[in-house]
Design a protein around this ligand. Sequence first.
Ligand code: GLC
Length: 646
Amino acid sequence: MNVVHTLCRAQFYPNLHSGSYNSSHFLRPHGRRCRNKRNSTDSSSLQNLQSWQYTMQLQNFIRIHAIHRQLGFLSKKCGQNRPLILPCHGQKSDRLGDILGKDGNGAWSPETAKNDFSPELNGNSGLAFGSQSPNSEKRETTLKSDYFGNESIDERESAVEREAWDLLQAAMVNYCGSPIGTIAANDPTDPSILNYDQIFIRDFIPSGIAFLLKGEYEIVRNFILHTLQLQSWEKTMDCHSPGQGLMPASFKVRTVPLEGDDTATEDVLDPDFGEAAIGRVAPVDSGLWWIILLRAYGKCSGDLSVQERVDVQTGMQMILKLCLADGFDMFPTLLVTDGSCMIDRRMGIHGHPLEIQALFYSALRSAREMLTPEDSSADLMRALNNRLIALSFHIREYYWVDMKKLNEIYRYKTEEYSYDAVNKFNIYPDQIPPWLVEWMPDTGGYFIGNLQPAHMDFRFFSLGNLWSIVCNLATREQSEAILDLVESKWGDFVADMPFKICYPALEGQEWRIITGSDPKNTPWSYHNGGSWPTLLWQLTVACIKMNRPHLAAKAIKIAEARISRERWPEYYDTKKARFIGKQARLYQTWSIAGFLVSKLLLRNPETIKILTCEEDAELVNAFYCMLDANPKRKRNRKKSSKSYIV
Ligand code: GLC
C-alpha cells in the first residue's frame, strides 16, 4: 500500500520529483486514484483505479475508504452482527513512547527526553519533550509563584482543567477505530449544528498541541496522515478546481453502508475545501497550520519518521509550491481572498492580511527545517529562502506602526513616481483613522491588518500579531512593543474575557459596506471585535517567548473564573466581552483546548519550543542588506559588513 501510494503521487505529479520548480508544471489530478482496495502495484490495478476515477468524479463528495494498511489498519467492516475485523497489528503499541522508549536504542524515552532537554544547551534544536501527563506527579515545576510576580500559577490541575480534559476527550472523533481529530463544538443545546460537527484543521491545532503536551501522539499522527490524503483529491466548485496543495477547511467522518454488503458499514472521510462552506471561502490557512503542526509533532514526540516519509515530504512541497507560485503580485506577501483564515467571513481582509502572512512565514520556517535535502527540493529551498527574506523585510518595514511611524505617515508626500519613493504604496495621510490618533500609546506598536496600494487597514488583528512574535516574523523590539501595547490596552484586548479577535470593530457605514451588513458580524460581535477564548494559547506562547508569562497568567485567570460556568463559549460579545456571543456555540472545542494548552505551557514554559522560531542569522543579515538598499534608510545607515545574495 505504501508503494502504491507513493507511485500514485509520483505518477500524477511528476514535477514534484523532477526537481523543477515551476507551478505551471502542475498536472491536474484525475480523481482519487490512490484509493486502493488491493495491496498491489501491478498495471491492472492502476488501470482499474483509472477507470474507477471517472465514476468517482461524478460524486459531489470525496470518500476516502477506510483501508489504510499504511497507517496500520486492516479493512474494517463494522457490521452489527459481525465481529470487527480489527484495527491491526500493534496499533496500541504504535504509541511512540512504547516503541521508542523500549527499543533500547537510546533514541528516545520520556525520561531521557526530560533529562536531555536544556533550552540553553540545546539551543533551538530541542527535541522530544516526552510524555508529560497533566496528571503526572513528575511534572516539571519550574514555574515559581514569584516568576509571575503577582500572578502565580497553581501547579496542580484545577477542577476546571479536569473538566476541560473530559470535554476534549468527548470531542474526539474516531476513524476506523482510531482517534483522528476533534469536532469543532459539542453543544447539546444547539439544534442547528451546521458544520460544527466536523473536524476543522485550524480548530484542531490547539487540540493537537494539548495532546502532544500530554504525551498522546497517536491522534496527532493520524490527523496529519489522514488530512494529507485529503489534500491530493479532486475538489471542484462549479467545475473549477483550486490548486492541488490546498488542504480542506474541515472534514467529517461518515459511517455508511458498505456497497454490496448490507450487514456492514465503512468509515469514509468527507472533506470540505470551501465548496460547501458559508460564502465558499478558501481555507488558505489549513495547509500552513498543517505544516506547523507537523513540526510540533516531530519536536514534541521525537518521532521524525512522519516528516521524513515520502508522501509527507511531497504533501509539504505541494503546499509550498501553491503558496510560492508566481502570480501577478508585486508583493512577497501571500495574496488571498476574503475570509481565508480564522476569520472565514467577509471582513475586508482580502489582499494581504496579516494572519495569513504570519502563518505563511511560520510554515516556511518550519518547512525549511523539515524538507529533506534532496536534489528535487533544492530549487524549492532557494525559492523558500528568498521568500522568507523578502517577506520578513516587507512586514517588518511596511506593516509596522507605532507613534513614530504614524507621525511619518501623517506627513507623507503622495504621488511619488520614482524608484526610491518613500511613500511606496501611495498612502494618503487622511487614511489614519481618528480612533488611532487617540488610541496609539507612546510606547508600543503593532503590525497593521493589511496593506494594499493606497490602503492601510489599521485594525489590530490579534492572531497575526501574536503569531508574528511566536514565529519571529517580528523583530525582538517589535515583539516587545506588541506586548507593551497589549499590556497598556488590556481593557480593550482582554477586559472580561481574553482575547479580542480584532480591534476596533467596524461600525455604521463601514460595517454595512465592508461586511455586507452581516448580522453575525455586528460591531463587537463574532469576527467583528468579538472576544475568542481560543486565542489564549497563542497569547501564552507569545508571552512566554518574550519572558512575560505573567501577562498570560493574568489572562488565564480571567478566563478560568468564567469559562466553565458559562459552558466554554466559542466567543463573547460587547466591547468588554461581557456577554456570551449572540450565536456562539457552547462547548466549543478550541476554547477548551486553547485553555488547556495555555495551562500546560505555563507549567512547562520550555515546551513552547515546539512552536516557536528564533531569529535566524542568515535571514537577519539579508534583512539588513535589504534595509541598506532601501533609499529611505540609505541616508542614515552604515553599510552592513556582510553581503547576501538573494
Ligand atoms: C467559525 C470560525 C472559524 C472556525 C469555525 C469552526 O467559522 O470563524 O475560524 O474554524 O467556526 O469552529
